[in-house]
Each structure stands twice: as structure tokens, then as C-alpha cells.
Design a protein around this ligand. Sequence first.
Ligand SMILES: [Zn+2]
Length: 266
Amino acid sequence: MPSDVSEHDGSTAPDGTPWWELSIQPGTQNKRFGQERRLAAWLWFKKNVGDTFTMRELRAALGPDIADSSEHLNRRLRELRKCDWVIPSQRNDATLAHDEYRLEVKGGKLWIDSERAKYERFAPSARVRRLVMDRDGSRCRVCGLGVDDTYPEDGASVRLTIGHLVPQERLRSRGAKDDMENWRVECSRCNETMRDEVPDPEQYDEVLAGLKRLTSKEAGELLNWMRKGERPRSKVDQAYDRARRLAHRDRAALIEHLAKRVGETS
Ligand SMILES: [Zn+2]
């Protein structure tokens, strides 16, 4: 046991190994001890609130068996943020250097089983996921983008997930994970728990400037979407969703039909 670790501060597992150096969960044969649990313990015992740290430091502290990619460690940090840890990066705080993070709030003590259980995600069953996907037409209820779409801001493909309308804490106490009304389709960028994947946030003034081009009817529509936090598909959108799935020949016939209907002469 390293000499800088006190025996009585709770920083070590029953066998005396610091939590952040554990690879196998205590009391099991070969169940891996989660990396986010090690990360939480290291930050808790080795850093003070207000301290900064880097990916390089994390890798050095957690040892060679921790995955080497920054993306992987970033995902672990996101896990921590879901458990009440506040750890801004340069993305949220421009005073931080690239690859630098600040420990602002210490959250759940994830290395302790009973503490970790408090943050267990409550997920819908596979059957409910399918039903929710069908009900919402495989489209994000928040932004309206579908599975075949790309994000207008950077052209990346849309990934869909099931998000919860009812807060997780209430879901847990209610045990109603299979109630369809608790869930909706969200894309990964609109999903609350993954929201830090969103590229650069917008500036209020710039968004406001863009609104000048809207008619008052359009502004009213936007007001509705903002209040609901959802973008409902219009009748035209819904018709387009279906029309796009027509076979090639039928699509051509429909274009002809529409041209006549709006009075275009060919
Ligand atoms: Zn979305």
C-alpha cells in the first residue's frame, strides 16, 4: 500500500488497495471495477474542490490498464457528471486550457456500492423502446430530426435514443419504467444526459438577430416549440415522411399530382 494513503480515511478497499487502483470488484472473482468508480475515488481523495487536472494526470494516476483514449476518459467524466459531479472543461469555461478540467463539486461516492445504486439509470424495456420509437415515428421529439437525417450545423448523422420525460428520481420511486408516457425519442444532442456533446453553444445576441427574419406567425410557432421543448411535426412534415418512403415510380407520380394540384403547367 502506498505510504501516502491513510488507512482510515475510507480511501482503500477492504484489502488495502486504494479504490482508484482496483481493477477487480471486491468480493467477486473477476468482475471489473468500473473506471468511473476509480475516477470518482481518485478525484475525491486526491483533489480539492477548485483544483484542476488533465487527462494525462488521470491516466498516470489510474495506471496502465485504464483505456488510453481521451474520448474514453471523456465518457467516464460524463458518467460522473450524471452523478452530481461538476467538472467543467474548456468547452464550458474559457479560462481552462485545452485538455484541462476543474473539479467544482464532488458528487456521488461511486466506489461505494450503496452510493452508486442511487444513481442507477432507469431504462425502459426493449419492448417499450420499440413502441416509443414507433409512436414518435423514429424522430427526435425535441428537434424533429429523424434517423436518416444529418445535423444542419455540422452534417453529422443523427443518432436516436430514448429519453425520459419524468425525472429519473421520480421514475425510480414510482417504478414505472414501462409506462410509455414516461419516454420519448430524443437524438443524442437533444438528450439531456448527453448534451455536452453539442458543439459550440449559440450566443443569445446572434440568435436574436436571426429572429428578425421570421414573420410574426413563425415567431408564434417558435414560441410554442420553445415552451414545449419539442418540435411537433407539421401536417406537411408528416406527409413528406410518408411520401419519401414511396417506391421511385410512385414518387414521380406523386410529384406530377402535386404539380397539377398547385396549378403548375408543364
Ligand atoms: Zn434532437
